[in-house]
Design a protein around this ligand. Structure first.
Ligand code: PMP
Length: 376
């Protein structure tokens, strides 16, 4: 049996301490035993989100939390601004439009970064915009948005600021309260080092007025239910207890390590991954690269083959491009439990595969480039 190397931007590998917690016998969710775990988890999430507000745990993937943000803040025909630089930015608009919400776009070509001034101009032109939606780390392109600057702009208006931090939160510096973000969502399968299945969502005080006025239909994702049960350290519906017990362990590991140290580690891994790609002659794809996934352009005739060959021959999983980037880029993650040795192994195998697929690759070059960053 081949050892699996998961270098994809979600799901990501699970540390054994966390996996062992998942194997514990299932407990009932309406017990004091569960409530004390949930209370601890709620505190840990506040730390990771860098917020004083409540963070709710949902049994769904990240997209469920995106939908929860929309249905709790808006009413039919409300106007919102979606600031998008890729596939997941566009998802905000798709969800909003499916509920009859009017969407104004600020968008850039995939791979480029959003200009906060464009958002400011659009907000000035449309003072009736209720909320601004964007993405922290656009996983489809590897670009990180300037959430701090956008937060400053939106905070000076009546609109609320909603950020999809499904990628990046707990990997790259993100300060919810300091950056004046009103709704932050994330999910378990990336920097949290857990399997897919949980999403997290936080609402600020500024959102309260919109929540009261909101008339979009909701039942499972009605924030009021989550708030009521939060008071008794529970979730409104049957809790995914196994994942929440594992989440407690993940948060313990994060708290013990300290979030700033995790941000620094990811920065270093990102520098190494970028150096590795460039040493192979691959052009970095992201105009402003994030610190949790590195993207690079590859020759289109071998784009998909790189991914399948790495997986079939070496059990190394990296990701290809999504949508219109399919076959054109590769995406190699360095988030969560992915560490230095994984990157060295990943690049060593990538070199072989690129060379087998006809690229002129000097063996060992990317491994040396990665090593240099680790030593420097
Ligand atoms: N937004 C971003 C930035 C993501 O990376 C992803 C998942 N790759 C999603 C949204 C969607 O999350 P999920 O697949 O968990 O619903």
């Amino acid at each position: 049996m081949l050892k699996q190397y998961l270098l994809t931007p979600g799901p990501t590998p699970i540390p054994p301490q966390i996996a062992l917690k998942e194997a514990l016998p299932v407990i009932h969710h309406r017990t004091s035993e569960f409530a004390s775990i949930y209370k601890d988890v709620a505190e840990g999430l506040k730390y990771v989100f860098q917020t004083r507000n409540e963070v709710y745990v949902l049994a769904c993937s990240g997209t469920g939390a995106m939908e929860m943000a929309i249905v709790n803040l808006l009413s039919p025909n409300d106007k919102i601004l979606v600031a998008s630089c890729g596939n997941f930015g566009e998802r905000w608009a798709k969800i909003a439009q499916s509920y009859g919400v009017e969407t104004i776009y600020v968008s850039v070509e995939w791979g480029k970064v959003l200009d906060p001034l464009e958002i400011e101009k659009t907000l000035k032109k449309n003072p009736d915009i209720k909320a601004v939606f964007t993405t922290f780390v656009e996983t489809s392109t590897g670009v990180a948005s300037d959430i701090k600057s956008i937060g400053k702009i939106v905070s000076q208006t009546n609109a609320v600021f909603v950020v999809d931090a499904i990628s990046g939160l707990a990997g790259q510096e993100f300060r919810t309260d300091d950056w004046e973000v009103d709704v932050v969502i994330s999910a378990s399968q990336k920097d949290f080092m857990l399997p897919p299945g949980l999403a997290f969502i936080m609402f600020s005080q500024k959102t309260q007025k919109l929540i009261e006025l909101s008339r979009l239909p909701k039942f499972y994702f009605d924030i009021k239910k989550y708030r009521d049960f939060y008071l008794i350290n529970q979730t409104p519906f049957t809790s995914p207890v196994t994942l929440i017990v594992a989440l407690q362990e993940a948060l313990k590991l994060i708290r013990n390590k300290k979030i700033e140290n995790i941000w620094n580690d990811c920065k270093r891994l990102a520098r190494a991954a970028r150096a590795g790609m460039q040493s192979l002659g691959l052009k970095l794809f992201a105009e402003v690269p994030c610190e949790v996934v590195t993207t690079a352009s590859v020759p289109e005739n071998i784009g998909e083959k790189i991914i399948t060959t790495l997986k079939e021959r070496y059990s190394v999983s990296i990701a290809g491009g999504q949508g219109k980037l399919n076959g054109k880029i590769i995406r190699l993650a360095h988030m969560g439990y992915i560490g230095k040795v994984d990157l060295l192994a990943g690049f060593a195998c990538l070199e072989i595969v690129l060379s087998e697929l006809g690229m002129d690759i000097e063996k060992g070059k990317s491994v040396a480039a990665v090593q240099k960053e680790f030593l420097g």
